[in-house]
Design a protein around this ligand. Sequence first.
Ligand SMILES: O=c1[nH]c(=O)c2[nH]c(=O)[nH]c2[nH]1
Length: 304
Amino acid sequence: MATTLGPNQYGKAEVRLVTVEREGPVHHLRDLTISTALRGHLEATHLTGDNADVVATDTQKNTAFAFAKQQPVGQIEDFALRLGRHFVGEFGQITGARVLISEHGWNRIDVGGAPHDHAFSHGGGEQRSTAVTIRGERAWVVSGLTGLVVLKSTGSEFHGFPRDRYTTLAETDDRILATAVTACWRYRTTELDWAASFADIRRLLLETFATKHSLSLQQSLYAMGEAVLDAHDEVAEVRLSLPNKHHFLVDLAPFGLTNDNEVFYAADRPYGLIEGTVRRTEESPEEFADADAAGLSWHPLPAF
Ligand SMILES: O=c1[nH]c(=O)c2[nH]c(=O)[nH]c2[nH]1
């Protein structure tokens, strides 16, 4: 039988890295999950078990820890770029890298109205993330967030959908709309004030969800992506995944009670899952022409 090695990559997944930076008595906490994956001339190990070209996944993990000691971690995008460029720059057989980092937020505990120096409470399920891909000299950055849970108790309708013999859903002109936002956006640059960009994109996602009168979650999704592209030249494309966290009106008639949009059953599953991409249609300005090709931004490997 004739076989050949197809696309492949390897690395250490989900390295949990916590750093404490001390500014006198005030401590700064960072909590990251890092995955590195390397690509390159790796036929030998697959075909014969010759590991001469294999930068061990253990070494990849150690490099992340050592880098965190040698220089403040900084923005996750910069840390991912540093790590990825290191592996590609240091080892001739490694021609590409993909580094994923998600950051878990911690907030200072408030004690008597003042933020505590070194005690923190977990920020909840929300995470900030980045996916950096390196190939040779080139780099692509996609950043985003997950687990941003939002709900509006009015300003959402859903009606006008087709009815067939399987349709039972009632039309509504006033419902709860809730979701956990997963968003990622592809940058046109690798040098940026990442923190400022992230903060403003997050603000726009929240504000648009809140203020856009919604006739469908799909409409909200598009408006959220459009708001980001309108305000942020440095972003080429936004992808959103929005689970519709259904809140069904409970039928209180059996108890002789009315339900005037006050009592809901928050269903856990199944949930609608609304996903979409919002893109620019205009010609790329000169400065972004090269960066506007998605390149390897989204697809880790053709096969995955
Ligand atoms: O905003 C919505 N979009 C849908 O596609 C859909 N489908 C459904 O049952 N409820 C909803 N709500």
